[in-house]
Design a protein around this ligand. Structure first.
Ligand SMILES: [Zn+2]
Length: 448
């Protein structure tokens, strides 16, 4: 046996994926990644997702180390197979940091300065992601020449202002973790093109050098977002793989009132992806574990927890207390119930689903767009029984997208996935948005 019995339980959702298996998981556990970030705020979600997927060792180069002790303790508690340390304390005599792959995650100025410094080190494959507010980029460099031209391109540009980490940081972090897993296991497609994303205008573009990544929301709209979110009430159904990043995303955006509904308790097999939970909280109700972490992250947030199962008898009453719903569930019957209740009460909801390396997301606004049953009028749920493989950082991508959708719905800003469905493939690092039409024959929102 390659993994221990406990590790097989822990990484079950990876082990059952043919491209990973026990051998792949072992490779991840034996690997060391070098991470370059400006500070712990910037590092947080990247460290969580690298630990969740089971990377054995994370060596961090942080410009500002304040808060690192507390973040490192959280990371080790999320996965006690992971060791996390500062790069400058590793013993270069015994160790060989010059052979490990690198991830650089940060704002424009940070990436510009650090990549120039990295030119002095031995070249290794490097994942680079920039983020700013709603927008970000991702590119994996597998040749020294392409890395050098990127550094030269950055050097030729002016430095730019950027604010504190926002939703794009979460998405960037989850994407970087996916790229690292692919590099490490030699699976999927590392294209080497730049992926540019904009969660505000919902654009995902490959290799577009003209895309203005660095234009960002001005201070006024940020104030507007905070003001509107301080009055909004959002309910998240599910505090697991999707609910974790969705809740962190809402907390990051400044939501004041958040409801969390989940009946389950934390189990070891959750920890390859559910970043709100940890080893020390195994056995605790997920809503309480989540509340604890979210309050630590943003002390100003008010959380109402529901340790119950959503059903026909309680859905209406609970939903009526909120402005919108984020569906972060793993089964079809609950999605139908959320859809039908939201339609009845005229509440919008953000929806996402995940399977292995893929994810989908859509936003449903009753009467103004399609509903869930327009997409899936009837599903034979018996086909979906059993446990599915899930690469741990894929729900991170989809959950932060759900949070971005919720922020846009609650503020009326930007473009949403209303009448659209987004398809994500982490192996190809591909995002596709497809138009969806309302179905006139729909059993929920159709003519009859
Ligand atoms: Zn419908």
């Amino acid at each position: 046996m390659i993994l221990t019995k406990e590790q097989n339980k822990h990484y079950l959702r990876h082990v059952i994926i043919p491209e990973i298996g026990e051998e792949g998981q072992k490779k991840l556990l034996d690997s060391t990644v070098l991470v370059y970030c400006e500070n712990t705020d910037s590092l947080r979600f990247l460290a969580y997702y690298l630990a969740a997927v089971g990377i054995g060792r994370i060596l961090c180069d942080l410009k500002d180390k304040s808060g690192a002790d507390s973040l490192f303790a959280e990371v080790i508690d999320l996965n006690n197979d992971t060791r996390i340390d500062f790069l400058d304390v590793c013993d270069e005599e015994k160790d060989s940091p010059q052979n490990y792959y690198r991830i650089v995650l940060g704002n424009y100025n940070f990436v510009k300065n650090i990549t120039r410094k990295l030119l002095n080190d031995k070249y290794v494959p490097t994942v680079i992601s920039l983020y700013n507010q709603w927008k970000g980029s991702l590119q994996t460099f597998v040749s020294e020449d392409s890395f050098k031209s990127f550094v030269a391109l950055m050097a030729g540009n002016n430095t730019r202002e950027s604010g504190s980490p926002f939703l794009a940081n979460g998405l960037s972090a989850a994407l970087c973790a996916a790229e690292y897993v692919k590099l490490c296991l030699n699976i999927g497609n590392i294209k080497g093109d730049m992926l540019y994303f904009d969660l505000y205008d919902l654009e995902f573009i490959q290799n577009d050098n003209n895309a203005d990544l660095f234009e960002f929301l001005n201070e006024e709209s940020k104030k507007e977002i905070r003001q509107k979110l301080s009055e909004a009430k959002v309910l998240i159904i599910g505090a697991g793989g999707l609910g974790s990043p969705a809740a962190y995303g809402m907390a990051m955006a400044g939501i004041k009132t958040l409801g969390l509904l989940d009946l389950d308790i934390v189990e070891i097999s959750n920890l390859n992806r559910q970043i709100l939970h940890s080893f020390s909280r195994i056995g605790m109700p997920k809503v309480n574990s989540a509340e604890l972490m979210l309050k630590k992250f943003n002390p100003e947030i008010n959380i109402k927890t529901y340790k119950i199962e959503l059903n026909k008898d309680n859905a209406e009453q609970i939903f009526s207390e909120y402005d919108m719903i984020i569906a972060a569930v793993d089964n079809i019957p609950t999605r139908y119930l959320i859809n039908d209740t939201c339609f009845l009460l005229n509440k919008p909801f953000a929806e996402a689903g995940i399977l292995m390396f893929n994810g989908t997301a859509t936003t449903l606004v009753p009467h103004l767009g399609h509903c869930y049953r327009c997409l899936y009028p009837q599903v034979d749920t018996s086909k979906f029984s059993g446990i599915n493989g899930i690469l741990g950082c894929v729900p991170g991508v989809m959950g932060f997208i759900e949070a971005a959708e919720a922020v846009k719905i609650m503020t009326g800003l930007g473009k949403t996935l209303k009448n659209k469905i987004l398809l994500f493939d982490s192996l190809e690092m591909d995002f596709n948005i497809i138009d969806i039409a309302k179905n006139p024959q729909c059993p929920t929102c159709g003519q009859q």
